[in-house]
Ligand binder design. Structure first.
Ligand code: SF4
Length: 95
């Protein structure tokens, strides 16, 4: 699981987050799922997100992950196989 998600588990053992224990990205380098703190070239972003999304495709909890990110309006990173822009598009269409 990506590092930032591990931090969520340590900070919040709420049952709402138990799905994270089965995350395919558990132990992965968080830099694959989140943009760097500074500028990222578009071709690097596309490549990084493609690799992260390929992990999401094989994840048993993809639905729970995406649902959580949508409910909490998670502003950054790849969650449930979608990046922040794709999640905002869903939220806009369903609001
Ligand atoms: S869907 Fe992707 S981001 Fe979400 S837990 Fe699974 S691998 Fe991680």
């Amino acid at each position: 699981m990506a590092q930032r998600r591990d931090e969520y588990i340590e900070l919040d053992n709420d049952a709402d987050l138990q799905w994270q224990a089965s995350a395919a990205c558990r132990g992965e380098n968080g830099s694959l799922f989140y943009p760097p703190p500074r500028f990222e070239r578009k071709d690097h972003r596309v490549s990084r997100e493609k690799r992260a999304k390929s992990i999401c495709l094989g994840c048993d909890v993809q639905g729970s992950c995406l649902d959580y990110a949508l409910r909490t309006a998670e502003p950054h990173g790849i969650w449930g196989g979608l990046n922040e822009r794709e999640r905002r598009d869903i939220a806009r269409r369903t609001s």
